[in-house]
Design a protein around this ligand. Sequence first.
Ligand code: LMR
Length: 334
Amino acid sequence: MRPQLASLLLLCACCVFAGPAWAAGEIVIKFSHVVAPDTPKGKAATYFKSLAEARTGGRVKVLVYPNSQLYKDKEELEALQLGAVQMLAPSLAKFGPLGLREFQAFDLPYLFDNLQQLHKVTQGPVGQQLLTKLEPRGIKGLAFWDNGFKSFTSNFPIHSPANLKGKKIRIQSSMVLAESMRAVNAVPQAMAFSEVGEALRAGVVDGTETDISNLYTSKAYLSQKHLTLTEHGYLGYAVIVNKAFWDDLPRDIRRTLETAMQEATRYEHQVALQAKDEALAKLRASGAIRITVPSAAERATFKRAMVPVHARLAGLIGKDVVQAIYKETGFKPN
Ligand code: LMR
């Protein structure tokens, strides 16, 4: 057994023998995430903390751990299931390893044209049904948070999929993202978010597909010469808690936290809407990376190459979910 897993198990056993988290008085929620505090996710985690602590009169304490301080992508999900942390907001791409492939529908290229379309899914019945699929894994889904759309970074200009031939592009660990990279001739390299900056610096990968706020706040742009605004896919999150912990909370506290989460979610969506433009302005001002907006024809070439991934992987993701999303957004594959 890996040492990290062994210590998690020990911690979990201690939690069980100690009884419910709140029995001793103060309720502590450890909220772990992998990005910077000044991203939409980071800001909303801090906002949730302030609401939760103020509204419960200090009965709840929320400890936010950004930047993979506690755990990397995969470990944080294990830690949540074992009760070592209580709250996370992993990207939807990262639920695949739990056997929840439906969440990877959100990784399908060019699925959403804008965040309004996306919200029809995440804030409606399809999104709610997806969250219930977490429960058999000991996880309760509380909300969907946004980031935005992903684009390519590289050290070479990108105008068409031909420019990506044989190039190693970092992706999150998702079969849909891997297939999407292969569709544009690239070689997908899955790695944890915390490793991306170093991998780019060391030349282990040639580029990334990333949202703009993470690109700026992680400083990964300092190792890349080009940002090509293909906006070919969506990056967003599910805010999740350890289900046993949540169900054990006194009812009044749980209700207060649910309301705080709804408000934090509205705030997060607003922040995410502005984050791309703010980060783009800072990237431009830095002069460190050249930003290119593809022409309509270039964009069409990328779309033509990547959209066939929908048909290739719909069966593996779950045709029902993919069709339900198409129905909400009016997506047409052609
Ligand atoms: C990534 O791994 O690129 C993102 O999921 C990081 C994040 O949480 O925004």
